[in-house]
Design a protein around this ligand. Structure first.
Ligand code: GAL
Length: 698
């Protein structure tokens, strides 16, 4: 019983952003409940693009008994990326994905901590399907919802008559079918390029622009064991200092609370009898504290009765489930958190907001739950991560304080929210793919480190975390830091391993590299804020026209000038695509010619495959001298780079209080520093002696 609906044309919303409304869309959707307005003022950073990739009358739409279906034209030559955090696959062309929030995404089906109904095509456009339903995307399918595709006719004319013939043609089809249950209509948002990366950047600016974290959050993070009390945590800090490990953020796990699963959201009086003094002592050592929680409320919580009428009619982990689409629930929840923030807490880890089915006890609310805002459990799962994030984000906004936190679920229009995704899964290769894929949908991801199968596994994991949005070691069940014992059981028995010194040195090396990179990364994040271009992204983002990079699902481009190819344990030689131009080894400066696959052999565990674009000047922190930046030059004769500075912690930058410097170096004339943007004047940091890395060419 298909009915053909009337198809209106595209409506232009802003530069290169168009909308098409099909049927009668639902009111509980990502765009209609968006956390931040579009950053229209920043669109001038993108190239002009006023053409839609296809005509409105090429889109077909049908409403039927179980929901509605949209068919978009698609060419089998298009590479398609996105659909949120996809840990199991990179290129989405030729796949069917049912986007469903799930804490345990074990297969390549579309289940994800952070599914996003947005995809980008190498043909130079992006599409956001504005729905909170468990929507399915058939990308490049032959399966049209009605009618007979020409290909079917061809097949009927020459059917397979042997197994070889049957498997010969697995060609991708010529449409994208989007199947939305329950809804009687949907709005599509279309982002023009011209290149795929521009379309994604446009989507990110439409989401409110990329996030700029506080500068301290770009240092290294460690989360201590849930069983630790204040004295244990401080002993742990002593251990970091003894081992020379530079950490800026300390995370406390569930045990900081008087009760958890569900939560009281109040300090445990035995473990942390004087939280203010504890936070003060850590702050004196330049350590910020981040607290674990999930959203589910226990009767011991001071706001239990107040929030009760603003919760779902079902429980999760036996606690109340606040309705984050209900402003009253948000106000009650944030008022309590504001007190923790005013005590000195720097941020929160928003755990388990990602639906936890497939287990007998309810880690989350069911799809049939009803919320006071009118959302059902399915819609709420798609929006819960975003609105939980936004509720706590407003606490910091109100105080003009930036934060950068962890979250286990996210969704559409997330780019401006200061949160990074992580998972309980632990396959290193999937974790690396996560960093790459997150960037195609406005998300950030950390391949956090816990225990490890060997010293090598630990070191490779730490290297990949150190070169990701948050450099995080999550020792939530470790009694010793993992570089002293990688094996969980022995770690919990506090037995140190023989290779402890070797592991310590290699982990320290990776964490110090991260410290050096902070000014460069901070500048890259400002670029994310102002242009929508992600600081960490896969090669397909910058080189969509090269089919050979569509399968490169772990090489990362970081900022404008760095390329990182992470390794997993056991790899002694690798081959990967080096983009056009000359790239220099970060440590030695030795150049390699790009636009080809580079083969690297005999790689020791301590070697990090990090390359710098020839001609780049990287502003790097001096780990030994606070506030000193050392310009590192990767060129023979001349190099340039930029450095972004602001107060590092407030939103004053949004009001123009920042500076961007262009740092230029010429072999003959030395270094020159020119301010190119921003209202503030003068460098806040001290510039050290230029270091040149041009070995191998002169
Ligand atoms: C998990 C989370 C872990 C840790 C643990 C504490 O859900 O992914 O990182 O926080 O809870 O119970």
């Amino acid at each position: 019983s298909f009915v053909d609906a009337h198809l209106p044309g595209f409506e232009r919303l802003g530069p290169g952003v168009f909308r098409i409304v099909l049927g009668s869309p639902e009111t509980i959707t990502p765009v209609q409940r968006r956390p931040a307005p579009p950053a229209w003022d920043r669109f001038s950073a993108l190239p002009e693009a006023e053409r839609t990739p296809f005509l409105a009358d090429e889109v077909s739409f049908r409403i039927h008994a179980r929901g509605c279906t949209v068919v978009l034209p698609y060419s089998p030559d298009e590479g398609v990326f996105g659909l949120g955090l996809q840990l199991k696959s990179h290129l989405q062309a030729g796949k069917k994905k049912k986007l469903r929030v799930n804490a345990d995404p074990l297969a390549d089906t579309g289940d994800s901590h952070a599914p996003v109904p947005f995809f980008a095509s190498t043909a130079g456009y992006g599409i956001l399907v504005d729905t909170a339903r468990y929507v399915s995307f058939y990308v490049g399918t032959h399966a049209r919802p009605s009618g007979i595709a020409s290909r079917v006719k061809e097949k009927w004319d020459s059917p397979a008559r042997s197994t070889e013939e049957l498997y010969r043609s697995q060609a991708i089809g010529d449409c994208v079918v989007i199947d939305i249950p329950a809804a009687r209509g949907v709005a599509l948002y279309l982002f023009a390029g011209p290149a795929m990366g521009d379309a994604i950047a446009r989507y990110n600016l439409f989401s409110g622009g990329g996030v700029l974290p506080p500068r301290w959050a770009l240092g290294n993070w460690y989360r201590t064991s849930s069983s630790h009390d204040a004295a244990d945590v401080e002993r742990m800090i002593g251990c970091f200092e003894a081992d020379g490990m530079p950490f800026s953020v300390l995370g406390l796990e569930p045990g900081w609370q008087s009760c958890f699963y569900p939560n009281s959201f109040v300090w445990n009086p035995q473990r942390f009898p004087d939280p203010r003094a504890f936070l003060g002592r850590l702050s004196a050592r330049d350590l910020r504290v981040n607290l674990w929680e999930n959203a589910f409320v226990h009767p011991e919580c001071p706001f239990f009765e107040a929030i009760r009428p603003h919760c779902a009619d079902e429980l999760a982990t036996d606690g109340l489930v606040p309705d984050f689409l209900d402003p009253k629930a948000c106000a009650i929840f944030s008022e309590h958190h504001a007190r923790l923030v005013d005590q000195g807490v720097a941020g929160f880890k928003l755990d388990e907001c990602d639906n936890g089915d497939f287990v007998p006890h309810a880690w989350s609310f069911p799809e049939f739950a009803r919320f006071p805002s009118g959302a059902d459990g399915e819609q709420m799962h798609s929006l819960y991560g975003i609105h939980y994030q936004n509720t706590l984000h407003q606490v910091f906004r109100d105080r003009d304080r930036r934060h950068f936190d962890l979250v286990r679920s996210s969704g559409a229009l997330a780019a401006s929210l200061p949160y990074v995704l992580y998972s309980d899964l632990y396959e290193h290769r999937d974790f690396l793919r996560g960093t790459v894929n997150a960037a195609y949908s406005g998300l950030l991801w950390t391949p956090e480190v816990r225990d490890a199968a060997s010293t090598e596994d630990l070191v490779r994991r730490v290297q990949s975390a150190a070169l990701s949005p948050i450099s995080l070691i999550n020792g939530w069940y470790c009694e010793l830091p993992p570089w002293r014992q990688t094996n969980t059981k022995l770690n919990q028995e506090k037995i140190e391993m023989q290779e402890r010194d070797e592991a310590t040195a290699l982990v320290r090396q990776a964490l110090l590299l991260r410290v050096q990179l902070v000014p460069y990364l901070y500048t890259a994040f400002f670029d994310y804020y102002s242009t929508g271009r992600p600081p960490f992204r896969g090669l397909a983002f910058d080189f969509p026209g090269r089919k050979s990079v569509w399968s490169e699902d772990r090489t990362l481009l970081i900022g404008r000038d760095l390329l990182f190819h992470p390794l997993v344990a056991g790899e002694r030689e690798v081959e990967f695509f080096l983009p056009p131009g000359i790239w220099r080894d970060f440590t030695t400066g030795v150049p390699s010619l790009g636009d080809r696959r580079l083969r690297v052999t005999d790689i020791p565990v301590g070697r990090i495959l990090l390359y710098v674009r020839d001609g780049a000047l990287l502003p790097l922190a001096n780990p030994d001298v606070p506030n000193e930046i050392i310009p590192h030059v990767f060129a023979d004769d001349s190099a340039s780079g930029s450095l972004y500075e602001d107060d590092g912690c407030s939103y004053a930058f949004e009001r123009g209080d920042y500076t961007i410097f262009n740092l230029c170096w010429h072999r003959a004339d030395g270094l020159s520093v020119i301010q190119t943007a921003g209202r503030k004047t003068g460098l806040a940091t001290h510039l050290g002696q230029v270091v040149t890395r041009c070995e191998g060419t002169r």
